[in-house]
Write a protein that binds this ligand. Structure first.
Ligand code: HSE
Length: 406
């Protein structure tokens, strides 16, 4: 299957890299060979390892019958719209990370894809690499969804995290986010909340089965938030986050908005930091489910586009490709060789309970550290098998032994 990428920016170049680096696993999952044939961009990239694929002529792509899937990572809703329409009409599936185009033209483009018996996929348009779109369509399909809320913009979450944790100014944090490739070409779309608005509109359209025009979503960004606001929230054991919120009322009507929101530090969303996004979906059967991951950046976002390419390749063969292969007994590492960090709890002679972490040293000694306030450190690697209960006796009576995940 031949693929073309339109727009060789942050995401487009990430797609080319993943298709090349993960070629074997991508093809295994797709069930067929997948090759990049063109990259469309008006700029020159003579130093790029993908320079041989570059073209400045869209006609090369749309008129090539070999090209089955086109990745649109141009952004915006003008040229990207024209090219997407022409590709779909030419019988090519289109996959995209372009939330502006999906949010504003989604109904039309999905209909056009349907009429031309191809796909229009947009997993990367919300939450970067987080698999939220397909989960809403497939995995949560047994639920009536009652609310969707979350941190949907990596740039603003990065800025707020820097302001909260490091006291860094808004402008400095924004410059860093731009340098890291998180921000939109025009970062006003991030900081004024427009990007999060498009994303909650897309999530709402899927979740509630009716197209939500982003113009109907009341949106406030983070430009007015000061370090004083941040300090005030801290004094209340809370943090300020930019949330997109959509809730279905009992009257069957939807409340949807984007706004800076103070959340208690016990709310899991308060711990979502930096470029990470998180989305909580509430279903009437399941209750709450939370999705968390990198919401922006080259490879996380490109990985979602590549997953959509694979979905296009699998059309009609899904069931065959979902079978589980058997017959490789060595695939699972024996328990005795698996690394883990343990939380050990001991009872002293006086009956008091001590918490400790066991940190296995190769010589066979077990080092216990009382108190668990700083128990998660990367250096703590032990081999579960080698921590013998007898060796622990000198620390007191072992009353529990838990695995700790980093
Ligand atoms: N500018 C967007 C963000 C990129 O910061 O989340 C991912 O959609």
């Amino acid at each position: 299957m031949k693929v073309a990428v339109m727009g060789f920016g942050t995401v487009g170049s990430g797609i080319a890299e993943i298709l090349s680096q993960n070629k074997e696993s991508v093809e295994k999952r797709a069930g067929k060979e997948i090759s990049l044939k063109y990259i469309l961009d008006i700029r020159d990239f003579p130093e790029s390892p993908f320079a041989a694929y570059l073209t400045k002529n869209f006609e090369d792509i749309v008129n090539d019958p070999e090209v089955e899937v086109v990745c649109e990572t141009i952004g915006g809703a003008k040229i990207a719209y024209d090219f997407t329409v022409r590709c779909l009409k030419a019988g090519k599936s289109v996959v995209t990370s372009n939330k502006e185009l999906v949010a504003t033209k989604g109904p039309e483009l999905l209909q056009l894809a349907y009429e031309n018996k191809v796909s229009y996929r947009y997993e990367a348009s919300v939450g970067g690499g987080i698999p939220i779109i397909r989960s809403l369509y497939d995995s949560l399909a047994g639920n009536e969804i009652t609310s969707v809320k979350g941190i949907l913009n990596g740039t603003t979450n990065y800025i707020l995290t820097k302001m909260i944790n490091d006291g860094i100014s808004f402008d400095t944090a924004l410059a860093q986010a731009q340098k890291l490739g998180y921000a939109e070409q025009n970062p006003a779309a991030d900081i004024e909340g427009t990007d999060a608005c498009r994303k909650i509109a897309i999530l709402s359209s899927i979740s509630f089965g009716k197209y939500i025009d982003p113009d109907l979503v009341n949106t406030t960004g983070i430009t007015e938030i000061t370090l004083d606001d941040v300090a005030e929230c801290e004094a209340r054991n809370s943090v300020i986050k930019l949330l997109g919120i959509a809730k279905l009322g009992e009257d069957g009507r939807l409340s949807v908005r984007v706004e800076p929101t103070v959340i208690d530090e016990n709310n899991p969303l308060s711990n979502v930091e930096g470029v990470f996004n998180a989305i909580t979906v509430t279903g009437n059967a399941l209750g709450d489910v939370m999705f968390y991951g990198k919401g922006a950046g080259k490879l996380p976002t490109a990985s979602a586009v590549v997953a959509d390419i694979i979905e296009c390749a699998k059309a009609g063969e899904n069931e065959k490709l979902r079978l589980w292969k058997t017959g490789d007994p060595d695939f699972v590492l024996p328990y005795s060789e698996q690394s883990a960090v343990l939380l050990l709890r001991f009872e002293d002679e006086d009956g008091s309970v001590k918490n400790a972490i066991a940190d296995y040293a190769k010589e066979g000694s077990v080092i216990c550290k009382n108190g668990i306030t700083s128990f998660i450190t990367k250096e703590m690697k032990i081999t579960e098998h080698d921590v013998k209960t007898e060796e622990l006796k000198e620390y007191g009576k072992l009353i529990s032994r838990f695995n700790v995940e980093m």
